[in-house]
Design a protein around this ligand. Structure first.
Ligand SMILES: [Zn+2]
Length: 88
């Protein structure tokens, strides 16, 4: 198992009332007094569910959580025709 990552939740909320979940190394991490340390966790889902025990609306920070935790391949996949259909 990998070592845990320190996760924080902001006390302030955004316009929609969401608290942001941050990893310790996030460049957008607010000041320490503006955050709550929720624990040393091993993945984003674990951190989110822990955060949601304490906060109703939590969403992961795009900069740190989404970018590093879930490598989403954003390239659109083009279907490949192995046998090109000819127009008859
Ligand atoms: Zn962040």
């Amino acid at each position: 198992m990998n070592k845990g990552i320190y996760y924080y939740v902001t006390i302030a909320t955004d316009q929609e009332g969401y608290h942001l979940l941050h990893r310790q190394e996030c460049k957008r991490l607010p000041a320490k007094q503006d955050m709550i340390f929720i624990g040393t966790l091993y993945n984003l889902n674990q951190a989110l569910s822990t955060a949601r025990i304490n906060f109703k609306k939590v969403k992961p920070c795009i900069k740190c959580c989404i970018r590093y935790s879930s490598p989403v391949i954003r390239e659109s996949v083009r279907p490949v025709h192995h046998f090109p259909q000819k127009m008859i």
